[in-house]
Write a protein that binds this ligand. Structure first.
Ligand SMILES: Cc1cn([C@H]2C[C@H](O)[C@@H](COP(=O)(O)O)O2)c(=O)[nH]c1=O
Length: 214
């Protein structure tokens, strides 16, 4: 079972992934988090051993990529992280931290052809359930301590207005896609525990219907 957690920068995706993982494990499920940045784990992904830098450094370098190169890099990394585990194993729950959604939206904003991006994203295995954590750019702005060029519409000065403008465009696309692709929109403007409760209620429904099918 694959569950995707998507959202704009500062939406709290990773926080929810970890809270949900803990809850499911407490109930005895086998849970694994898949994250594109794990390509730095050379034990799990020996074929990625040429990537040998600190995570922060890697993110900055990827942020500097031009043209379609960043989309290709990120899709490559996401693709690799889907190859190591048996995703058909129904006894396991895979939580996809981020997956392809926000990256697809970002790369369209940064100039990639939307049709190419959507077509490429379709190569990834569909998740059984996708959450979109919705946050206003203003709240995301308040939550974050620092901003990088990548999150600010590539404004080298990382001005607050650039962050807000860029994140507003991303949010509009993510909401549109949520509607088109049937993602579960969860307001990220609530208490973290309340968000986890809503997410778990949806996961419970999915687990119940999967159980009925067995
Ligand atoms: C994809 C990417 C993310 N980032 C930043 C944005 C987020 O603050 C953080 C985590 O990104 P992620 O949610 O896309 O994994 O890394 C970059 O700085 N450069 C990049 O190329």
């Amino acid at each position: 079972m694959l569950i995707a957690f998507s959202g704009c920068d500062g939406a709290g995706k990773s926080t929810q992934v970890h809270a949900v993982k803990r809850m499911l494990e407490e109930r005895g499920y086998q849970v694994q988090v898949l994250d594109k940045w794990d390509v730095r784990d050379h034990q799990k992904f020996p074929e990625c051993r040429m990537i040998n830098i600190e995570l922060e450094d890697l993110k900055n370098a990827v942020g500097e990529m031009e043209g379609p190169s960043r989309a290709l890099f990120l899709f490559w990394a996401i693709g690799i992280t889907m190859t190591r585990d048996d995703l058909d194993d129904r006894s396991k729950i895979y939580l996809l931290d981020g997956y392809w959604m926000k990256h697809a939206a970002v790369e369209i904003e940064y100039g990639c052809d939307p049709a190419w991006i959507e077509q490429t994203a379709r190569q990834f295995r569909p998740a059984d359930l996708t959450f979109y954590f919705d946050v206003t750019p203003e709240v995301a702005f308040e939550r974050k301590d620092d901003f990088n060029v990548y999150e600010c519409g590539r404004d080298p000065e990382c001005r607050p207005a650039s962050f807000l403008a860029h994140q507003t465009k991303l949010r509009a696309r993510m909401l549109d896609w949520s509607d088109r692709f049937g993602w579960q929109v969860v307001s990220s403007l609530q208490d973290q525990a309340e968000i986890t409760k809503q997410v778990m209620a949806q996961i419970d429904q999915l687990l119940a219907s999967a159980h009925e099918q067995v």
